[in-house]
Write a protein that binds this ligand. Structure first.
Ligand code: C5P
Length: 262
């Protein structure tokens, strides 16, 4: 079998040409990076966990009517997704102050925000993904007004749903980052146009997840802040979501994932 063509390699994922036109294979690496790749490590099993968690979340969101790029999981580290043109924005939604918002505005981490706040960053690694205003998006044409309206509306719906989903397993959703893509419309009245759909991933790499009782961080901040037990925390999230099974009351991430493999 010939080797697949690699389309793109990011910090935590690789994209390969899919088996059919309009499809892509998204491969989840074990690599972790932070602070614009100044800090790097390989975390055994992280890719497997994020593949499963993102699959789970994307399926739940599709069930409530959010269009996503997810087609199906292929194996432990890969999922088949729809090919889209990525909107060059990182859309961040925050419920509780943390991270760069706390630093920028001097709000103590953990302080509940008066309401959920949506922010935009420009996807530009070389600039450190700077925070931008809607004005920049309009002026530079990074998205149209209607695309922006759709992205904001979807982000708030996703936030509502995920807050409830995580709350049900004793986790507070502090904030998260999502990305959107433009999917070409090939049929019907809007043929030739684009539909905005959810792309990339939703996992503990892209969310802040705190245990409701203890405020223990169950997300990438464990890596960013050298708190240790990173994959254990991701495993905890997957287990609470019911994705992984506990063996002998002990969570065995790689083994249980392997044994779940189809
Ligand atoms: O660092 P900051 O506080 O701005 O991050 C807000 C949220 O967006 C966090 O959940 C973080 O994990 C996520 N994020 C991300 N990728 C980035 C920047 C932030 O997933 N490049």
């Amino acid at each position: 079998m010939s080797r697949r063509k690699q389309i793109y390699e990011g910090k935590a994922k690789i994209l390969y040409e899919g088996p059919e036109p309009g499809t892509i294979v998204q491969y989840f690496k074990d690599d972790a990076t932070a602070f614009n790749a100044q800090k790097k490590a390989t975390l055994d099993g992280k890719g497997v966990l994020n593949n499963r968690i993102s699959e789970f979340v994307m399926i739940r969101l599709a069930e409530i009517g959010i269009p996503t790029h997810f087609i199906k999981r292929l194996n432990m580290r890969e999922q088949l997704i729809k090919a889209v043109e990525i909107v060059p924005l990182e859309v961040i939604c925050r419920n509780v102050a943390a991270g760069t918002m706390s630093k920028r505005l001097g709000i103590e981490e953990g302080e509940k925000l008066p309401r959920s706040i949506v922010e935009f960053c420009l996807k530009r690694d070389d600039l450190g993904d700077p925070l931008i205003a809607e004005e920049h998006i309009h002026a530079f044409g990074w998205a149209t007004q209607s695309e922006l309206d759709e992205m904001i509306a979807m982000t708030l719906r996703i936030n509502d749903y995920l807050q409830g989903m995580f709350s049900g397993i004793g986790i507070n959703l502090i904030d998260f980052k999502i990305e959107f893509g433009r999917l070409p419309i090939t049929e019907g009245a809007n043929a030739g146009g684009y539909q905005i759909i959810l792309a990339d991933e939703i996992s503990p790499d892209s969310c802040r997840l705190w245990d409701r009782e203890t405020n223990k961080k169950l997300d990438k901040d464990r890596f960013r802040r050298d708190l240790g037990d990173v994959t254990e925390a991701y495993t905890e999230v997957a287990t609470r979501l019911g994705i992984l099974k506990e063996a002998n009351n002990k969570i065995t991430p790689t083994l249980s994932v392997v044994s779940n493999e189809d």
